[in-house]
Design a protein around this ligand. Structure first.
Ligand SMILES: [Zn+2]
Length: 289
């Protein structure tokens, strides 16, 4: 069975990126799995602390493990945005493939010190788990925002990235390169797109030499994503776009069948709606496969 590290190395060689999709229910998980299988590409399923609390830490790990065994396909599980060591340890013990240890809200030195401790603690539980650290400011909340936060001062510098990776031993780095959590209303309506700082990505890659992960990929310009992959991005996080699709699909299922109460007759509309978004993103990340 391929490991997440193997899949990352393969994607780097192929000049493609792996899609990371957050899930908090069976509809999203089903859609992401089906799309990955259809396109025959690896996918990472992410669950943040809030999403894990809803589905259960050991339960989501058990479900993904069972799916992976049955389909014999590269579907991996990431503990997204983990803000404390106990939560990281809990995910590590449950069998997650990777953990995003996110103390990016703290001052840089504290972030370095505590991330280093977390890397050691997680690797002591299972050295195969990949640990991702995060620096810079990309805002919070994979939801629809009224106003764009000012993130210009929180952009990651190549020197910071190098120092952070070398001092902490993280396997993967999540930088701030124009990406942002959540979407603006105008992005949901397709009027505006997020733009990435491609030059900065290339410089960070050159300095840090680790896989890079931009969080908050929803609503990003397609061409920027292509260039970002060429510049050294390896995993792209998409959450809000799936959540929007989930809601629209659910509304369609309910609207078309106003008297239906059978969940498995309503929810396939949501699955299909999420699949459509996941498919188009995975095609883009995988060289228009
Ligand atoms: Zn994120």
């Amino acid at each position: 069975m391929q490991s997440l590290r193997d899949a990352l190395e393969q994607s780097e060689r192929d000049g493609v990126a792996i899609g990371h999709f957050n899930v908090s229910d069976w509809v999203l998980l089903k859609a992401v799995l089906a799309t990955g299988q259809e396109l025959k590409v690896p996918v990472v399923v992410g669950a943040s602390e809030g999403e894990r609390e809803f589905v259960g830490v050991r339960q989501i790990a058990a479900v993904v493990r069972s799916l992976r065994e049955e389909c014999d396909c590269p579907i991996f599980l990431n503990a997204d945005h983990t803000h404390s060591l106990p939560k990281a340890v809990e995910a590590a013990k449950a069998g997650f493939d990777s953990i995003v240890f996110d103390l990016s809200a703290l001052p840089f030195e504290q972030n370095v010190r505590q991330t280093k401790d977390a890397v050691e603690a997680i690797k002591a539980i299972n050295p195969a788990i990949l640990v991702e650290g995060e620096i810079g400011d990309i805002g919070t909340g994979s939801e629809i925002h009224e106003k764009a936060p000012d993130l210009s001062r929180g952009l990651t510098s190549p020197a910071e990235a190098k120092q952070f990776v070398e001092s902490t031993g993280v396997d993967i780095l999540a930088p701030a390169v124009g990406n942002m959590h959540g979407m603006l209303k105008s992005m949901v309506q397709g009027q505006t797109r997020k733009r990435l700082d491609i030059q900065r990505i290339a410089e960070i890659k050159n300095a840090a030499h680790v896989p890079l992960t931009p969080h908050g990929g929803s609503g990003t310009d397609d061409e920027d994503l292509r260039k970002a992959i060429a510049a050294g991005i390896n995993i792209i996080h998409i959450n809000t776009e799936l959540r929007v699709a989930w809601r629209r699909g659910l509304e369609e299922g309910l609207g078309k069948q106003p008297h239906e109460v059978v969940p498995y007759k309503i929810l396939p509309f949501a699955v299909e709606s999420v699949e459509k978004v996941a498919r188009s993103r995975l095609q883009l990340f995988n060289a228009d496969k």
